[in-house]
Design a protein around this ligand. Sequence first.
Ligand code: NAG
Ligand code: NAG
Length: 221
Amino acid sequence: MAFIHHTHLLFLIAFILFSLRTAACVASSPESIPVPTPAPWPEQFHALLFMNYSGTLSMIDLWYDWPNGRNFNIIQDQLGGPPLYDLEWNNGTSFFYTLPSSPSPSCRSAQLPVGILRPNWLDGATYLGRTSVDGFLCDHWEKADFIRYYEDVASRRPVHWVFYSGRQAHVMTFDVGAALADEYWQAPAYCFKEGCASGGGGSGGSDSFESVLLRRPLEHI
Ligand SMILES: *[C@@H]1O[C@H](CO)[C@@H](O)[C@H](O)[C@H]1NC(C)=O
Ligand SMILES: *[C@@H]1O[C@H](CO)[C@@H](O)[C@H](O)[C@H]1NC(C)=O
């Protein structure tokens, strides 16, 4: 009888030690809790963005279309002129224009050294924790000291981002899979005329590759 009892006791001690060890391992290994990573961008989406740049407000209609290698920012300044169409191709060509129906239609193009953002452009961003933005509990990250990006914890949709320049975007709608028909991606004929003003890439020589890459589709130049 004593033998059986002894075995039980040993088993119990072993079980307790094992439990303690497991508990200790969990408690002493915070790195085993996965650090949140931003959701990749859907390959196609439509978003309405409210922008605030030091109190100057604008609205952006954003059509992201990775499979077709194109990205559209249609920018309306608050009570401003006709909307500015910023059409970006993955080969680095951008067209900035107003529509033929606007009072003085214009167009300029730019050739950038990079294409549009990839769906995984947020990979490698540094996690900064949880905070409340625009009334949503968000995870947020910093990418390349250039942008802070806030994502809703519950839905994993983007809520907000802020550029180093202070330009802020508030995401008002985010329609995954929405795509703009091909006909709207055609820049007007006056973009292709001889003598059409053509800007350089970026806003200066000091931009890093990454800052150009990040800014291009999100913050019109
Ligand atoms: C815009 O941002 C500024 C800070 O740059 C802030 O003071 C102001 O309240 C914001 N305006 C709106 C309408 O959110
Ligand atoms: C890039 O693609 C667009 C759309 O097809 C085209 O209009 C533009 O000329 C191309 N740019 C270059 C440098 O090939």
